[in-house]
Design a protein around this ligand. Structure first.
Ligand code: NDP
Length: 477
């Protein structure tokens, strides 16, 4: 038997991806370090399509038609290297190793380079959508060589999610680590989206005085408009859920300490290296870590806060509308920042990533899927070299129309002592970009004063230094 594709690593993701390939008519070779999982998969789901169970690496490789396409779906990090070390010697030039795990793009670049010397295509591929997506159609972000995409692309298109217009949620992001980089930023944006939604909830609960079930209804209404998205939809589900054991809202019985696996943190670390201000994503990562510092929070319980008075019923309804505006405006800013990071990564590594195509493949399958992404795609389609999403006329108009309410929400949040790091960072970014002059001129003066770091002038070319300790005359640097 010869299989068109193979999947090694049969935990939730690999198993569901293998089934997805099989259900789409591909013969799939399956393999797992612990062979019991391979047998279990074929026993349970063998009827769904054509599977070839392989017990050993040699059997697995032998089962694949050439050029071989081998999907690796194991724990990211060292396990991926271990699997590559095991399989690479068994492969031949032209074969492909497709890493669908959540690898760091720098690891992907290293692996791609090492395997290229052996003539093997290493295709670092972002996969989003969790286990459900892996089975029924994920959003897929492959990197690697254009040559590998020529035959792999059509297979991925078959198993991927489809956007509302029917187009497959997969595109060749660019060479080597481009796919995993795009997936990393996807997750960073996901963190920001979740934080903004959490802040909206917190405001509706604390300032407007709504109960979780009422807030669920508000989110359901928002989900019929411009905020229509998977994350808003599941937020309503979580908020309306009642804990069976206590009869309380589920959200009130869960510990308020958010965890993270690391892709949001990577997005911020890389943004720092690239010099890209992703303040909204950074605040989302920090908000999760702050929530986890229980000792710090415990020690701070008695700090003074404002005397808060909840709003009356009519005021509350009007406030909810303003929160929708603030959420939407802040969301535009997060995506502006995330796409800026992708552009910067693309420039740094020469990936030539098509930002409009990235927005298009995030419309379905992935966690941040949203109607909104169609707008982003349209913005980049209209102008591929858009300096920033905020320079798109449509987004500029919308955020301009939202800004009064956005500010009003932050006034209320400040007065009532509700932390809104995401909303606030987004507004600060917006106001900083708009500003005619920034206080950075003063910062430059300070740097020149204490460290002779020099500055540039608004009226003349060149760099200058002021003799601060002397007669304060200016000299060219
Ligand atoms: P896990 O990340 O839990 O990985 C378990 C799999 O890795 C098992 O098949 C295990 O084999 C294998 N494995 C671990 N160490 C080794 C090793 N040294 N050598 C060989 N195989 C090894 O599984 P998931 O399905 O959750 O995720 C797979 C990948 O997909 C990860 O990189 C993850 O980050 C990524 N991902 C996960 C998503 C999710 O929603 N879970 C979403 C998108 C991507 P064994 O059975 O023998 O222990």
């Amino acid at each position: 038997t010869s299989a068109q594709i193979g999947v090694t690593g049969l935990a939730v993701m690999g198993r569901n991806l293998a089934r997805n390939f099989a259900r789409n008519g591909f013969a799939v070779a399956v393999h797992n370090r612990t062979a019991a999982k391979t047998r279990a998969l074929v026993e349970e789901f063998g009827h769904e399509g054509s599977f070839v169970a392989a017990e050993s690496a040699e059997e697995f490789v032998a089962a694949l038609e050439r050029p071989r396409r081998l999907v690796v779906m194991v724990k990211a990090g060292e396990p991926t290297d271990a699997v590559i070390r095991e399989f690479a010697p068994l492969l031949e030039p032209g074969d492909m190793i497709i890493d669908g795990g959540n690898a760091h793009f720098a690891d992907t670049r290293r692996r791609e380079q090492e395997l290229r010397e052996q003539g093997i295509h290493f295709v670092g591929t972002g996969v989003s959508g969790g286990e459900e997506g892996a089975l029924n159609g994920p959003s897929i972000m492959p990197g690697g060589s254009a040559e590998s995409y020529a035959t792999l692309g059509p297979m991925l298109e078959k198993i991927s999610a489809k956007a509302a217009d029917g187009s497959p949620c997969v595109t060749h992001c660019g060479p080597d680590g481009a796919g995993h980089f795009v997936k990393m930023v996807h997750n960073g944006i996901e963190y920001a989206d979740m934080q903004l939604i959490a802040e909206a909830y917190h405001l509706l609960r604390t300032v407007a005085g709504y109960e979780p079930a009422q807030i669920a209804d508000i989110f359901r209404t928002w989900n019929t408009g411009r905020l229509d998205s998977y994350l808003i939809e599941i937020t309503a589900e979580v908020l309306s859920h009642v804990d069976a054991a206590t009869g309380k809202p589920f959200v009130d019985v869960v510990q308020d300490q958010a965890e993270q696996k690391g892709t949001g943190r990577w997005t911020v670390q890389i943004a720092l290296d690239l010099g890209v201000p992703v303040s909204g994503i950074a605040e989302a990562v920090f908000a999760r870590s702050l929530s986890g510092h229980s000792e710090l929070r415990e020690a701070s319980r008695d700090l003074a806060g404002p005397k808060a008075a909840a709003l009356g019923e009519t005021e509350a309804a009007a406030f909810a509308d303003q929160v929708e505006q603030a959420l939407y405006a802040s969301k535009i800013v997060s995506y502006t920042q995330g796409f800026h990071e992708i552009q910067a990564g693309s420039d740094e590594y020469g990936w030539n990533i098509d930002l409009g195509a990235v927005a298009a493949i995030w419309r379905g399958g992935c966690i941040i899927r949203a109607a909104f992404l169609d707008r982003i795609r349209a913005a980049y389609d209209a102008r591929a070299d858009l300096p920033s999403l905020l320079s798109d006329k449509g987004f500029a108009e919308e955020i301009g129309a939202a800004q009064d309410d956005w500010r009003a929400v932050l006034v209320a949040a400040t007065q009532q002592g509700v932390p809104t790091p995401g909303f606030s960072a987004a507004l600060a970014y917006y106001d900083a970009l708009r500003a005619e002059r920034l206080p950075a001129a003063l910062t430059q003066g300070q740097r020149d004063y204490f460290g002779a770091h020099t500055y540039r002038r608004t009226d003349r070319e060149g760099s200058f230094h002021t003799l601060w300790g002397g007669d304060r005359s200016e000299v060219p640097a």
